[in-house]
Write a protein that binds this ligand. Structure first.
Ligand code: DAH
Length: 349
């Protein structure tokens, strides 16, 4: 038996040396360490040997079995390591391959304009506040002096949302302007306030070169004691100069918005022809940029501000109009058409 065992050891070890993958290794394990393997059989047969032989053969059989087990473990480790190295090598970076350019996102021209407007007003002491795009009828209309049935509702073609609160008789809509933020903010704040409120607005409108169903506005609101029309004019003059050039002039003309009294439409002198009349200003020399006015006493009361003590001004402007005027973009639909050829033109700004 001793001879057989030493022979077995040599054969098994030679075979193990030739094994290079896990499948073959498993076959080897079954053959030399499995239940029916020669070594296991030998161990079982020990009892039939004489005491003397049993001691020698037993020691050797166990030694061989231990040797097989540790060689097996070692081999398994070796194969796993080799397989890992092979897999890593296959995935390794080939530094000779040409690189792929990273495409970076940039700021949309509307975002750039909106940030610029907000920066100008921030530098004048205004604070930026944002609010919801889905709005209650109350904030978008009622609280701004535009009750149900008021003819001024026609000024805002409204996208109603299919959700209503019949108990409280409230309906929802996509805000048609940023003005509801005046009311929302004043429910939480007390004068003095100087606020700028940028965001998306929606209209139920067929699109054309000047209309989109979604666009952006920036709303402004200042409430304090002794605020006058002169403050409104000074603030908007300064905005026009910082935004469109130091030599800009501004024109105020009477206009109607139910939430201000008096209401004005503000225009700047055309920065292309300097007021002479050109294509950009349709020959008039003036470009309308926003609506504004002194906050209506009823609106002030709704804000819980006594009109005998407080007064304020408000304004609202379309944001897309700014890059359209500046860069001569003739169609507002380019802004949200997602055509990179259009958007890429504004990457340098
Ligand atoms: N919300 C108005 C609109 O979308 C613009 C506007 C006009 C805002 C006068 C104002 C304002 O705050 O005082 O047409």
């Amino acid at each position: 038996m001793i001879d057989k065992l030493s022979q077995l050891k040599t054969v098994a070890e030679t075979e193990l040396n030739a094994v290079t993958d896990t499948r073959r290794l498993e076959e080897w394990r079954v053959r030399y360490l499995g239940k029916k393997s020669a070594i296991m059989q030998a161990l079982r047969e020990l009892s039939s040997l004489s005491l003397e032989e049993r001691r020698k053969a037993g020691a050797l059989a166990n030694e061989v079995k231990d040797a097989f087990e540790s060689s097996y473990k070692q081999k398994l480790e070796g194969i796993k390591q080799a397989e890992l190295e092979l897999a890593t090598a296959a995935k390794a970076l080939d530094v000779t391959l040409p690189g792929q350019p990273e495409s970076l996102g940039r700021l949309h021209p509307t975002t750039q304009a909106m940030r610029e407007v907000c920066q100008v007003f921030t530098s004048l002491g205004f604070e930026t506040v944002e609010g919801p795009e889905v709005e209650w009828d109350y904030y978008n209309f009622e609280a701004l002096n535009i009750p149900k049935g008021h003819p001024a509702r026609d000024m805002w073609a409204t996208l109603w949302v299919d959700f209503a609160d019949p108990e409280k008789q409230r309906s929802m809509l996509m805000r048609t302007h940023t003005s509801p933020m005046q009311i929302r903010t004043m429910e939480k704040r007390r004068p003095p306030v100087r606020l700028i409120m940028p965001g998306k607005t929606y209209r139920y409108e067929a699109t054309d070169v000047r209309h989109e169903w979604m666009f952006h506005q920036v709303e402004g609101l200042a409430i304090d004691k002794n605020i006058t029309m002169a403050d409104l004019k000074g603030t908007l003059f300064e905005f026009a100069r910082r935004m469109f050039g130091a030599d800009r002039k501004a024109r105020f003309r009477c206009d109607y918005f139910p939430f201000v009294e008096p209401g004005v439409e503000v225009a700047i002198d055309c920065f292309i022809c300097k007021g002479q009349g050109c294509r950009l200003c349709s020959g008039s020399g003036w470009i309308e940029i926003l609506g504004a006015g002194m906050v209506h006493p009823d609106v002030l009361r709704r804000m819980d501000c006594d009109p005998a003590v407080y007064s304020g001004f408000a304004f609202g402007m379309g944001v897309e109009r700014i890059p359209m005027l500046r860069y001569g973009i003739e169609d507002i639909r380019h802004f949200y058409g997602n055509d990179l050829r259009f958007l890429k033109q504004f990457w340098g700004f």
